[in-house]
Design a protein around this ligand. Structure first.
Ligand code: MG
Length: 167
């Protein structure tokens, strides 16, 4: 049976992964409507991955005798100045998610829930990849510059999103 505090913070994460998926979908739509086909493809894949994360949390909470809560999701921003703003916001958001995962680790230790502590390590590792993957895109964008957006977009089209690599 899941400890209440652990269950609560895992439910908070379900909402956050859901919001991540929603946010990346909104960004994908913006990119698609601005002719950035490769960028939108990457963001759609990223949105799918966040939904998979949400489902993993739901499955785990229910499996451990808790109850996953499906709540309303806040509306994400739909307008962006440019592609650089989009990826800077992706990075900031992933840093927020990393901090959120770390808070779960803290709660599992405080509550001596070593099973969840072990389970959450997958996400600790996942966040390293997420941040590195977005950072590499920002680096690329800085190298190519805004004047070479077509090249950037073609290049990112061939890139796999961080989570395509398996589950
Ligand atoms: Mg995630």
């Amino acid at each position: 049976m899941l400890n209440k505090k652990v269950e609560e913070i895992l439910n908070r994460q379900i909402e956050r992964e859901g919001y991540s998926s929603h946010l990346y979908l909104a960004m994908a739509v913006w990119a698609e409507c601005n002719g950035l086909e490769g960028t939108s493809k990457w963001l759609y894949a990223q949105a799918d991955e966040e939904r998979m994360h949400m489902l993993k949390f739901i499955e785990y909470v229910n499996e451990r005798g808790g109850r996953a809560l499906i709540t309303a999701i806040e509306e994400p921003p739909s307008e962006y100045k440019n592609v650089k703003e989009v990826f800077n916001k992706v990075l900031t958001h992933e840093q927020f998610v990393t901090a959120s995962i770390n808070e779960i680790v803290e709660v599992t230790l405080a509550e001596k829930d070593f099973t969840t502590h072990n389970w959450i390590q997958y996400f600790v590792t996942e966040q390293i990849e997420e941040e590195a993957s977005v950072q590499s895109i920002i680096d690329k964008l800085n190298l190519m510059g805004e004047h070479n957006l077509y090249m950037f977009d073609r290049d990112i089209m061939g890139m796999r999103s961080a989570g395509d690599s398996g589950e």
